[in-house]
Design a protein around this ligand. Structure first.
Ligand code: SIN
Length: 334
């Protein structure tokens, strides 16, 4: 028995030593898991990142991309990052409430006038500071990527806030979004992105909010009869990693990966607006061809009603998010 134990220990030791010796020759593997289609801004960004790493860090780093919730939903992916099962993810900014309250700023309804304002905030000093707002939980934000502004939909027309009263809306994991729908007298239900289509189809929920590219790529228009162009909030991403993993990377490799992420971020952000318009047009074409759904344009007066109904959420979350963070976001509208 004793001899067996000693041999086993020796075997383990040699395996560990072997691993160490070979380490420099083994490429670092980066698994990048996300929940959306490959045709969306995040899907394209993840692929672009993979291709550029393949070209510029050949033999040193290998990136594997897992789209469409193939590996994890956005909650599980955060745990997987800490466990080292994946190394990169890019959940929507609405999904970090468990780790920092500050990023909730992005969920405040009608805070940003448009994606340009979001961009100014993200690239400004406050946006950059927020990248490190989760280091105490072991996460590091590496970059923001745009998707776009959110639109409302339901199985009945949503022209004014009163139309949402009593309806069940699917929301992301966010207390702010929960409060936003509660302000309307609606009933918010937190569901993973992969479950939304079925939930809409089977009537588990009556409505949802999302961007044109997510609506189009996941075919929500097949199971929602009325879309409203509300642009009432933003859905963007934080490319996030395990802070300890990132720190352990050799300096030259980390620098190159950060450079690639920055370049890809510019591409994604440039593409996002275009993709939103293309996706919106596809939904409109489907509406026109089939008559199964409609896309409503809201008047300024109707939009003002939605803003008035949702905006009290700002005050409710001001102390958690921080007044200075909200003020910096407001200032980005100018
Ligand atoms: C995503 O765009 O990553 C999904 C957002 C959602 O859960 O609605």
């Amino acid at each position: 028995m004793r001899i067996l134990m000693i041999s086993l220990t020796l075997l383990l030791l040699s395996a560990c030593l072997g691993e160490q010796t070979d380490h420099s020759a083994t490429p670092i593997k980066i698994k990048f898991a996300h929940v959306v289609a490959e045709s969306t801004p995040k899907g394209i960004g993840a692929k672009l990142f993979q291709q550029r790493v393949e070209k510029r860090l050949a033999g040193k780093v290998v990136v594997e991309v897992y789209p469409n919730s193939q590996l994890y939903d956005d909650n599980k992916v955060m745990e997987a990052l800490l466990l080292g099962d994946v190394q990169l993810a890019a959940p929507s900014l609405a999904k970090f409430g468990k780790y920092t309250k500050k990023l909730q700023v992005f969920d405040l309804p009608f805070l940003f006038d448009n994606l340009e304002a979001v961009n100014r905030f993200q690239t400004g000093p406050m946006g950059q500071k927020l990248l490190s707002s989760m280091t105490q939980s072991g996460y590091l934000g590496l970059a923001y990527w745009h998707n776009g502004m959110k639109q409302l939909s339901a199985n009945q027309p949503l022209r004014v806030p009163a139309n949402a009263k009593g309806l069940k809306f699917r929301i992301q994991q966010s207390h702010v979004l929960q409060a936003q729908f509660e302000m309307l007298g609606a009933s918010p239900q937190k569901l993973a992105f992969a479950e939304v289509y079925n939930a809409l189809q089977t009537g588990v929920v009556d409505g949802q909010e999302n961007t044109w590219s997510n609506i189009e790529s996941k075919k929500f228009y097949e199971v929602q009869a009325h879309f409203s162009q509300s642009n009432h909030g933003v859905l963007d991403y934080l490319v996030v990693t395990n802070a300890a993993f990132w720190k352990r990377l050799p300096d030259d490799i980390r620098t190159e990966l950060e450079q690639i992420l920055a370049e890809v971020g510019l591409e994604v952000n440039r593409l996002a607006q275009e993709l939103a318009m293309v996706s919106r047009q596809s939904v409109m074409d489907f509406a026109q061809e089939t008559g199964k759904t409609e896309v409503l344009t809201l008047s300024q007066a109707e939009l003002a009603q939605w803003r008035k109904a949702m905006q009290p959420v700002w005050k409710q979350f001001e102390s958690e998010i921080g007044q200075e963070v909200i003020e910096a976001a407001i200032a980005a509208n100018e």
